[in-house]
Design a protein. Structure first.
Length: 485
């Protein structure tokens, strides 16, 4: 393992006359560009979602959910000072679940213990499933299921096997493609295709009521507040049609505007609910990162190049972020930095070209994924359309680095290099900041990671010990995610 020291270099500031990103372009510098053409990003996501589906025998028509009208409610502009992290962030004694769910080669859901024992097939259905997510209490798994008749949102009990699960929501045309549990495990929020872009919906996890449309936009990103009553949403990327609002989950999907959104994807709420983080557009088509104290209205501000990607520590008021290194970059790939919300101090943890990062549950570590620098491998990481398109046609996959940083000591270690699965590289990593809120790669004890890799031409799942850097084969499959407790 190679040690390397973080650098204290300055942030890359936007120049006075940059080129402004247009529409919903989001560039992922590994080997492809996600061109978000037309109304929203859902088309690009859904294309790759369907791409891996083999043919299925037609089944009975999925039940089409009906939206339930609801009275309008205006969201508060600030979160209560007493907000706390989701109650399942620290497991109670004797309540640790410690299981991993993944998708097998048949497209069915399987849960398993980290040591490979107690394997449990959750589904034996005609649907093929994607991106399973554990409920915060560790009892249930939600996933998107598809067949020739359409797609639906399903919630499954980890203790049962279902051959014909009933969907909480299903639709032939407006198909769901991403889901995210509320912190109290009572609701599933999800995105579905919509004529006007994307539709953000919520549905009771127990199936006691139909799903309800909250708002429409494109693209749409959000974080639940710890009380499961509010969401901080970012819709429309940047510009006149964009929105940055704190809305209520049982309201009409609108709230008072916080700022003119800048160049970023997912907004953030700190662990104690005191701070909000987002990017704000400023004069001259520039963008700055903002950390706002909702109690004092004070702000920490820092101009940035490219797009900024951010994530709050689950235990402290520390915000990790990356941003593009070029003024007109449409990427968030760049050095990894850490902001102290109380003091405004910004530290550089790494100068590596980081494409994704994930906080450990105890808030001590950041697992980061970087791309090989120019000349270090045979993968072209330029964002030019010609080079990227050629790699997609050849089905080539990049080699990535897995690194772990201890934020208490500011020390980082390179664990190893690996080739990610196609789904992980094209669906998960470009939107890692949203998936990090809903799908967990870290073990509940913060001592290991689960990752999907391509080994000998097969999609395989490995457990990685972050202390030794050793990886252990767990199963063949895709999309593995660890239970939160």
């Amino acid at each position: 393992m190679n040690d390397f020291d973080p650098d204290d270099g300055p942030m890359v500031a936007m120049p006075e006359t940059p080129k402004r990103p247009h529409g919903c372009w989001i560039v992922f510098s590994i080997f492809m560009v996600f061109v978000l053409v037309g109304t929203s990003a859902s088309g690009a996501i859904w294309y790759f979602f369907l791409r891996e589906r083999p043919s299925q025998v037609e089944r009975d028509e999925l039940v089409e959910a009906t939206a339930v009208p609801h009275e309008s409610t205006t969201a508060e502009l600030s979160l209560p000072a007493t907000s706390v992290p989701a109650p399942t962030a620290v497991p109670a004694p004797g309540e640790v679940v410690n299981r991993i769910v993944f998708v097998n080669d048949e497209g069915q859901l399987v849960s398993i213990a980290p040591d490979g024992s107690e394997e449990h097939v959750l589904t034996s259905a005609q649907q093929r499933f994607q991106f399973p997510a554990w409920s915060p209490d560790g009892r249930f798994v939600a996933a998107i299921g598809t067949d020739r008749t359409g797609a639906g949102v399903f919630v499954l009990d980890d203790s049962e096997t279902e051959a014909a699960p009933l969907p909480l929501y299903a639709d032939r045309r407006d198909a769901p493609f991403y889901l995210y549990w509320s912190p109290d495990s009572s609701q599933v929020s999800f995105l579905a295709s919509h004529p006007d872009g994307m539709a953000l919906n919520v549905v009771p996890a127990d199936g006691s009521a139909d799903s309800r449309l909250l708002t429409v936009g494109g693209p749409l990103y959000w974080q639940w507040a710890a009380d499961s009553q509010q969401m901080l949403i970012h819709s429309g990327f940047a510009g006149e049609d964009s929105r940055l609002e704190l809305i209520t989950a049982d309201g009409d999907g609108t709230g008072d505007s916080l700022a003119a959104p800048g160049f970023f994807q997912v907004p953030g709420i700190s662990a104690d609910g005191r701070y909000l983080a987002y990017a704000e557009e400023i004069t001259g088509a520039n963008s700055r990162l903002v950390v706002m104290d909702t109690q004092s209205d004070k702000e920490v501000q820092q101009r940035h190049a490219g797009i900024v990607a951010m994530a709050w520590s689950p235990t402290a008021n520390q915000l990790a972020f990356t941003n593009g290194s070029e003024p007109d970059s449409r990427s968030f790939v760049g050095p990894l930095r850490l902001v102290d919300a109380a003091t405004g101090e910004i530290r550089v943890l790494s100068q590596e070209p980081i494409v994704a990062f994930f906080w450990s549950p105890d808030g001590r570590y950041l697992a980061a994924i970087s791309i090989l620098r120019s000349g270090e491998g045979d993968i072209n990481v330029q964002s030019g359309k010609t080079a990227v398109g050629k790699q997609i046609a050849q089905q080539s996959l990049p080699r990535l680095r897995l690194l772990v940083y201890d934020v208490t000591t500011e020390e980082g270690r390179l664990l190893f290099e690996f080739v990610p699965t196609f789904t992980f590289a094209t669906q998960f990593l470009p939107f890692f900041d949203q998936y990090a809120l809903s799908h967990r790669l870290w073990s509940p004890q913060s001592d290991a990671l689960v990752l999907p890799m391509v080994e000998d031409g097969r999609n395989e799942i490995f457990i990685i010990n972050i202390t030794t850097g050793q990886k252990r084969f767990l199963a063949e499959g895709l999309m593995p995610f660890w239970s939160p407790r």
